[in-house]
Design a protein around this ligand. Structure first.
Ligand code: HEC
Length: 202
């Protein structure tokens, strides 16, 4: 009668060598995993997540927007000096402040008249897009306030180029502003519409 609970071999304990195949497989897997990390870890940059593989790829898919620094500078100046009356959407206010959005003065072929108008202000009636305006208030002079020609030019560039207002006129340079400023520097009175009509648009 045999004892069925007895194993048919004796367990042994010894230092058997690690199989060579095992070492080879480990080295190959280690090498492949470094290749994988190299290709997929985004250079260990915290800003890079799957499915992007590098910071350049992430940058390439960022929204572009209008990141022209001159436009952004003009937009900031507009918020400070102009939006209280003409509103941040450029629509103005009925009977009080005429619109800059879509305005034929703002979108004129050249900036000659609006540089003057904004530099020295405007008094009296004005026709904007064929509509008669006789606002109770004047347009204040901004030349003495915005003394930096480049900032002034950026502001003109912004109001002429703000596509959200439907405007798409050409940009304005600091040289154009400087030339007009030199010409009108001794003037204190605000312009009238009739006087501005005597100045060519460009
Ligand atoms: C205190 C209110 C006020 C502020 C601030 C103001 N404006 Fe005006 N603006 C007016 C008024 C009022 C008129 C119309 C004046 C008139 O007809 O006599 C006007 C007219 C204009 C016009 C010509 C009309 C048109 O609709 O195109 C332009 C261009 C203009 N403003 C640009 C600006 C810019 C740029 C700024 C900021 C630097 C500015 N304004 C700040 C009140 C203001």
């Amino acid at each position: 009668m045999s004892d069925s609970s007895k194993p048919d071999f004796e367990p042994t304990a010894s230092n058997a060598p690690v199989p060579v195949g095992f070492i080879v497989a480990f080295v190959v897997l280690f090498y492949l995993s470094t290749l994988y990390l190299d290709g997929n870890a985004g250079g260990f940059d915290a800003k890079v997540y799957e499915p992007f593989t590098s910071l350049d790829v992430v940058k390439a898919v960022q929204p572009k927007g209008n990141m022209d620094p001159r436009f952004e500078k003009g937009k900031a100046a507009y918020a400070i000096y102009c939006s209280a009356c003409h509103q941040s959407n450029g629509a103005g206010s009925p009977g009080q402040f005429p619109p800059l959005a879509g305005s034929d003065w703002v979108n004129a072929e050249g900036p000659n008249r609006i540089i003057r108008l904004v530099m020295n202000g405007l008094a009296g009636p004005i026709v904007v897009n064929g509509e008669n305006w006789a606002p109770p208030a004047q347009m204040p002079p901004w030349g003495p306030v915005i003394t930096d020609d480049e900032e002034f030019a950026c502001l003109m560039t912004y109001i002429r180029g703000e596509s959200e207002w439907g405007n798409s006129a050409s940009p304005v340079t600091a040289e154009q502003v400087e030339a007009v400023r030199a010409e009108v520097s001794s003037r204190v009175a605000p312009w009238t519409q009739e006087e501005l009509f005597q100045t060519p648009e460009q």
